[in-house]
Design a protein around this ligand. Structure first.
Ligand code: AMP
Ligand code: ZN
Length: 114
């Protein structure tokens, strides 16, 4: 999608700090980290949010979680634990309308999710 920030990052048109990439997935450091490790994992195809997941594209989500597990190990946060989260729409405070999963770790995270 031409005016999508994360599509531009995936295409290399906007710089990012890559931490992982394969055929389906791109992962990079969040520009405004909320924890010592804060990485975004995105599908290489434009999906607006987790609310747009269907039987046709759900394999991307499985693949993203596979990549997230790998990334967490590589980043050294797997043993102590971490959070994988995705925001959806207005009430979910989603600011970029390209599906992305936050990987947060490296410190004890807040108990509250809301
Ligand atoms: P969300 O609020 O769930 O839509 O998350 C969007 C995330 O994208 C936020 O945590 C931002 O800090 C992050 N972000 C925005 N622009 C960039 C960028 N150019 N490079 C890396 N992360 C970004
Ligand atoms: Zn996009």
């Amino acid at each position: 999608m031409s005016d999508c920030l994360f599509c531009k990052i995936i295409a290399g048109e906007i710089p990012s700090t890559k931490v992982y990439e394969d055929e389906f997935v791109y992962a990079f450091k969040d520009i405004n980290p909320l924890a010592p490790v804060h990485i975004l994992v995105v599908p290489k195809t434009h999906i607006a949010s987790a609310a747009e997941i269907t039987a046709e594209n759900s394999a991307y989500v499985a693949h993203i979680f596979e990549a997230a597990a790998k990334i967490a190990k590589e980043q050294g946060i797997a043993e102590d634990g971490y959070r994988v989260a995705t925001n959806i729409g207005e009430n979910g405070c989603q600011s970029v309308k390209h599906l992305h999963f936050h990987i947060l770790g490296g410190r004890k995270l807040n108990e509250t999710m809301g």
